[in-house]
Ligand binder design. Structure first.
Ligand code: UDX
Length: 458
């Protein structure tokens, strides 16, 4: 089929690469001339493992442009633009509105399904339909139906998540959903050749196709993210109590996660969630509730626990150092999670801001995100470390804020002698063996020499 993808952020680029890989002809459209020029030069504006290789391998089926003309020939038009949170937490729909208004004049006589892949408030599908109708003389409700097809990919594993999804959610009229199942047939049947950069997992079979109403599909996206955020906050809350009663959060979560009704994933206690989705989507649901005069106390609590976690990590540091004035604190990791340079709602941002506010000199490092941080975090006061060693040099303490593999595999004992005081606040619980330093972790005592390994074999 012929596909147009509006927006070249994480979701748009991932969608374009996936659809081209499974055999469709794709035009990627963005209003940013800078981004399009980069893509035309085969440069990828974001950091996502394997994406450059996949885009390069499907180059012959991909065109990048700032013009909406390609919409005329498209059988499916994906809206993948950003929906950043407004001041009250409600997603800002301005880019969705302008994308719909720009698509509308190019609609014509053949079936053209318009797909909302951006995370949008429940009811936006109908709103987009209205916008198309108002801005197009050729709009025809049956030919130009809107479908909600939410995206569940995670940054850092986006290729794997889009090629081998658990489920594909399609919300809309039966005809429009049928059109979408034809588009996704190679993905549903898994008949495409797996790319070298994302091989098909041995145990993977096929995705389930969940066909729903527009509103249910829109709700599924929010509810899925909110539930995952909730799991993390739950783990963090239990971690706080575990510390106080002498339990070990990792043993506790292993013990509960083996109940298949609970599941073991997204129960890692640490510095809490960040990123572009969890904060925005929990707030989005809470403000949707507010609009309907309906409280969402569970979600409120999940958000409170998440941000308390950032404070608690600082408290651990203050308990040890008493005052931060004049202290040199190293921060390992700036991205909101490993394998991405995305800094949105990154816990490290708040840490750096507060550490500086409390009088500390901050030296921060990230394997990938530092260049981006010097642009996007110009309002923060910190020193960029040229190397991991520099983070340790004369530091009074180090906080592990992101669990990059580079940090998991550090030779701690070679580095801690560089510190003024060997104190590590390991807020991601990455240190597995005793080291020559005082280590504070989340929800557990740091590994001591005599520690035994938990036996989960039976
Ligand atoms: C998330 C959803 O997983 C994805 O389905 C959706 O499409 C977009 O939002 P993403 O934000 O890329 O994806 O990252 P994810 O891997 O889910 O991690 C989110 C945050 O939670 C990170 O800050 C991570 O460090 C944190 N996290 C995750 C935990 O603190 N503990 C966990 O057990 C898991």
């Amino acid at each position: 089929m012929n596909v147009a993808v509006i927006g070249t952020g994480y979701v748009g680029l991932g969608t374009a690469a996936l659809l081209a890989h499974i055999g469709h002809t794709v035009t990627g459209i963005d209003i940013s001339e800078e981004k399009i020029a980069m893509l035309q030069r085969a440069e990828v504006p974001i950091h996502e493992p394997g994406l450059d290789a996949l885009l390069a391998s499907v180059q012959s089926r991909l065109t990048w442009t700032t013009s909406y003309d390609a919409v005329a020939a498209a059988d499916v038009v994906f809206i993948c633009v950003g929906t950043p949170p407004g001041p009250d937490g409600t997603p800002d729909l301005q880019y969705v509105v302008s994308a719909a208004a720009s698509i509308a004049p190019h609609l014509n006589g053949h079936t053209q399904v318009i797909v909302n892949k951006s995370t949008v408030p429940i009811g936006t599908g109908d709103y987009v339909t209205r916008l198309l109708e108002e801005n197009s003389v050729t709009f025809h409700a049956e030919r130009h139906a809107v479908v909600s097809n939410p995206e569940f990919l995670r940054e850092g594993t986006a290729l794997h998540d889009s090629l081998y999804p658990d489920r594909i959610v399609l919300g809309g009229s039966p005809d429009a959903v049928a059109h979408m199942t034809r588009l996704y047939a190679p993905l549903i049947e898994q008949t495409f050749v797996a790319p070298a950069s994302a091989p098909r997992p041995e145990t993977y079979t096929r995705p389930a196709v969940v066909k729903t109403t527009l509103q249910s599909a829109e709700m599924i996206k929010y509810a899925a993210n909110a539930f995952l955020a909730l799991k993390i906050s739950f783990a963090n809350e239990i971690a706080g109590l575990s510390e106080r009663v002498g339990a070990d959060i990792e043993e506790v979560m292993t013990g509960i996660g083996m109940d298949t009704r609970i599941g073991s994933r997204f129960l890692n206690a640490g510095l809490g969630w960040g990123g572009s989705c969890f904060g925005k989507d929990t707030q989005g649901l809470i403000s949707a509730g507010r609009e309907h005069n309906y409280d969402m106390p569970i979600l409120q609590a999940a958000v409170t626990v998440n941000y308390r976690q950032r404070q608690d990590v600082l408290q651990k540091l203050i308990r040890q150092l008493r005052t931060l004035k004049g202290k040199r604190i190293g921060v390992l990791g700036m991205a909101f999670k490993p394998d991405t340079d995305d800094l949105r709602d990154a816990p490290a941002h708040d840490l750096i801001e507060r550490l500086h506010g409390l009088g500390a000199t901050v030296v921060a490092h990230d394997p990938i995100a530092m260049p981006r941080a010097s642009r996007e975090w110009a309002h923060l006061t910190y020193h960029e470390a040229g190397s991991v060693e520099q983070v340790f040099d004369r530091a009074d303490a180090i906080i592990v804020a992101t669990e990059w593999t580079d940090y998991r595999t550090l030779d701690w004992n070679a580095l801690t002698p560089r510190m003024r005081r060997p104190l590590i606040i390991d807020a991601r619980n990455i240190i597995r063996n005793p080291i020559d330093a005082q280590v504070e972790q989340i929800g557990r005592d740091a590994p001591a020499a005599e520690e035994f390994t938990m036996d989960t074999s039976l």
